[in-house]
Design a protein around this ligand. Structure first.
Ligand SMILES: [Zn+2]
Length: 262
């Protein structure tokens, strides 16, 4: 049988028709989907995904937190309340437009574990996921709806290299995704590392946070409403230092959002 003869044959025409090829493609995609599903189920059996707060096994549709932990998350809703315990930290010290924290945790609680998983266990998905939900909440408030840019509190470059990432940047990315704005990591930078200050007195700490940040590419921030993002707020000293640096930029407005308040 010559090639020409074969190409004219009924068999060749039926097997090379668009209908037949599309049918094979559809069958292949269906099989691929089934196999992927089986692999996912097997992986789930041997390496179950667990809730980052209570450690219960997650259902297929759940992400990072189980439905119950998500429901019970102690949200502050401070974004709907200008006078709140986070904004009060900055009163009389530095001009902050609005300040909020997503949730409050007490020491040793399920929800403190979330910060720990992100910061020390490298579980970036925790920060990004919570940042996304936080961002959706922030959109409810007219004060946060007009944010132009999100800036994470920077780590010292040495520290970031050691940890591999900046936890605040991950949270900032989640928030920025929901607010549909960009994250800026090039303008605000940390000049000195003041992270090891746990043994210092409160007075030393306040002195220590002065002049630790710097700002460059200022033109990117001029006339903008910036949302400054950190993982946890306690005394607010580090955030205050950041805001002081940012306020050197012409006609800038700064608000603050942290994932947690301790
Ligand atoms: Zn849970």
């Amino acid at each position: 049988m010559t090639t020409e003869y074969f190409k004219k044959s009924k068999i060749f025409r039926s097997y090379s028709s668009p209908g037949y090829i599309n049918n094979v493609k559809a069958q292949y995609m269906k099989l691929k989907k089934n196999i992927t599903g089986i692999i996912d189920d097997l992986a789930g059996l041997f390496f179950p995904r667990i809730c980052c707060a209570c450690c219960e096994v997650l259902h297929k549709h759940e992400e990072v937190l189980c439905t119950l932990c998500l429901y019970r998350l102690p949200r502050t809703n401070f974004h709907m309340l200008a006078d709140n315990s986070v904004s009060r930290l900055f009163w009389g010290k530095v001009q902050v437009f609005q300040a909020t924290a997503f949730f409050i945790f007490s020491k040793g609680s399920h929800y403190q574990k979330l910060i720990h998983q992100l910061k020390y266990r490298g579980k970036k998905e925790v920060g990004y996921y919570l940042g996304r939900i936080f961002g959706n909440d922030l959109k409810e408030s007219k004060d946060y709806r007009n944010i132009d840019m999100v800036i994470p509190v920077p780590l010292h470059p040495g520290k970031q290299k050691k940890r591999g990432f900046n936890q605040s940047e991950i949270i900032a990315e989640g928030i920025a995704f929901s607010l549909n704005v960009n994250v800026n990591v090039s303008s605000l930078f940390r000049k000195i590392n003041n992270e090891t200050q746990t043994r210092k007195t409160k007075f030393d700490r306040w002195n220590n946070v002065k002049e630790i940040f710097g700002v460059k590419n200022e033109e990117l921030l001029e006339n903008k409403h910036i949302l400054l993002v950190d993982d946890v707020v306690t005394t607010g000293a580090t955030l205050e230092s950041c805001v002081n640096t940012l306020l050197m930029v012409k006609n800038i407005k700064v608000s603050i959002a942290t994932l947690a308040a301790a």
